[in-house]
Ligand binder design. Sequence first.
Ligand code: MN
Ligand code: MN
Length: 476
Amino acid sequence: MILLAKDKKVNEQKDERSKLEKELFYEKKSAWDALREEKKMADKLGNDYREFIDNYKSEREIVDYAQKIAKKNGFVDIKDANPSTKKIYAINHSKNILLIELTNSPLEEGMRIIGSHIDSLRLDLKMSPVYEANPFLMINLHYYGGIKKYHWLNTPLAMHGVIFNKKGEKINVTIGEKEDEPVFVISDLLPHLEGAEGREKLAKDIIKGEDMDAIGATIPIEDKKIKERIKATFLKTMNDEYNITEHDFTSAELSLYPAIKSREVGIDYGMIGAPAHDDRICSYLGLEAMLKSESKKAKLLLWTDKEEIGSVGNTSMESMFLENIIEKIITLRKEKTTAKEVLQNSKALSADVTSGFDPKFADKMDPTNMNKPGFGVAVEKYTGAGGKSYGSDANAEYISWIREMLEEAKIPWQHGELGKVDQGGGGTIAYILAKYNMDIVDMGPPVLAMHSPFELVSKIDLYATFKAYKAFYEKK
Ligand code: MN
Ligand code: MN
């Protein structure tokens, strides 16, 4: 069909308008479009990531994984490092690890730091975790982190953790991850018995924290002289398997995690659904970026614990671990600087997930300041709640540097707030690293259904986030 002169003019005008738009308007673009040619690589990374999250859940397991990978890539335990060791790792109480790759330049010049957290939402066993409530042996739990309690009902749960027996020997426990192993479950009430009162319950009252106990056993032990025969079955089974007694639970760290493997979501396989993308995804991508980047700058990767309960405790971001290790390396290299100075001169990413836009809950977000799954890595200038309380607000100068880095590397990225103003809020480890006066900003993929047993992330955002972390380590 030929184009008529009249139509042509209209089109030219239209072009001119779009040119102006192009020049002046900010347009959020689909990362799928931007990275279409790299889809295979994104798929590959998604598969590798799934392998990781399907196999490593607790902080201890994740630290073990990192140690294994670190060693394989030539990193040396700080205890064995010498003044010329370039690749060092250090582990804090088995639940917190850092990897550092040094250069010949003085440490005083600062480092590139990517910090994330490896703890995730779960249900911890109490110190006295077993009681019989006929016809069941119940596992007494205390939830960890900000969960919607009802999410965890009728969800298969696997036990992960460690027990120290009377002799102080460490016993690793995993029950419920293999297909032929049993799982544990907190059963919900059937709808038939809910009644009007039950149906009108507030979400927070559907199950009380104290009632979140899981079924642990149901078959009474043969010996009828025993008073609590189902409890006896549970303890006997644990004893047969792990050689432990009831009292050994007091010196243990055991938790129930969703026994759910990752799956691809949508007919196009575009998303990955799994428990605890938050924040295993940024941790995994940070490590990948560290191993796959070429950098003239010293690189540091930090995996912290206890973020979900406010970064308190000796394995959290609030611990002195990071500072102490840097101090140790300075001493080792006989450099004339301090850990505080090194950290002050560093640039950092607080690598954590953010909320992704969900059309069903569109009213919770500001349409012009939100992150959409499939639109790339999200940069969050500030987090916090209310009037930005407890958010680390990154300097515009640093955002400008970050923006240049992302544009140079042609990485699709977006920016937004967690939700509407006064809708709620959240935080990360950013404000704690910011205490050292370093440049820091939050960056990670948007996630749907965060803190649920089946969180969703776009594969292309996962890939864009990896590229962003890599570019961060590599930028001059
Ligand atoms: Mn997080
Ligand atoms: Mn979280």
